[in-house]
Design a protein around this ligand. Structure first.
Ligand code: IYR
Length: 224
């Protein structure tokens, strides 16, 4: 029988079902206060906060526990400026018609444009790469599995950690994003999956009312 090495389950703290409901509700209520921020202040955020968020992300479940992700943590003004230049170039194509009328119509209520000053103003840009090949050890070149799903879960945990720490975020996905390999000095077999700006909201930051709508439970869940 396959009987791999294992350690005993590490128990959760003792709690009642009422505690569980209260904790789940409190966490949910806090997470529901998260919104994308598109106007950042240049106020610094300690590197230790970013480090904790990346370590949280790095504990996400992944296919075969290969942890197929790399986080490039960008704070240098030069690298941020280079990312802004290339991202805005792509965005000008997108907003200039490349996105197509349906897509552009769908995002119109967000009020976004090709101008992305936050890419330079936010103190941190976190560029997340998915690794097609890797494995449990740094030099492994094995195939990875469920890379997009694994990286997506990791990014959710990263966003939740930053939100808990009172740091605002924006997920940005310029398309195509290959320029991020060059600027972040990552190999071509890594695929940029998302760019997350992180920092403090500017005093004049707003949330588009379109983004306030959250589908009610009965529209997003079914019980069987
Ligand atoms: N990447 C562009 C366009 C954009 C696309 C979607 I889907 C959004 O939800 C928001 C924006 C941009 O960042 O402006």
């Amino acid at each position: 029988m396959n009987d791999p090495a294992a350690v005993p389950w590490r128990p959760y703290p003792d709690m009642t079902d009422a505690d569980r409901v209260a904790r789940a509700t409190a966490f949910m209520e806090d997470l529901r206060l998260r919104h994308s921020c598109r106007t950042f202040a240049d106020t610094p955020v300690p590197r230790a906060v970013i480090e904790a968020a990346v370590r949280a992300a790095g504990s996400a479940p992944s296919g075969a526990n290969h942890q197929p992700w790399h986080f490039a943590l960008v704070s240098s003004p030069e690298a941020k400026a280079a990312i802004r230049v290339s991202a805005e170039e792509e965005e000008r194509r997108f907003y200039g018609g490349g996105g197509g009328t349906e897509w552009l119509g769908a995002i119109a209520p967000l009020g976004t444009t090709a101008d992305k000053p936050y890419l330079e103003i936010a103190p941190w840009l976190i560029v997340v790469f998915g690794q097609r090949r890797g494995g449990p050890n740094p030099d492994d070149r094995l195939p990875n599995y469920y890379v997009t799903e694994s990286v997506g879960i990791a990014c959710g945990m990263l966003l939740a950690t930053l939100h808990q720490a009172g740091v605002a975020t924006l997920v940005h996905t310029p398309n195509p994003m290959r320029f991020l390999n060059r600027i972040c000095v990552r190999p071509e077999d890594e695929k940029p999956i998302m760019l997350i700006a992180a920092g403090h909201p500017a005093p004049d930051a707003t949330i588009p009312t379109h983004a306030l709508h959250r589908k009610p439970l009965d529209q997003i869940a079914s019980w069987l």
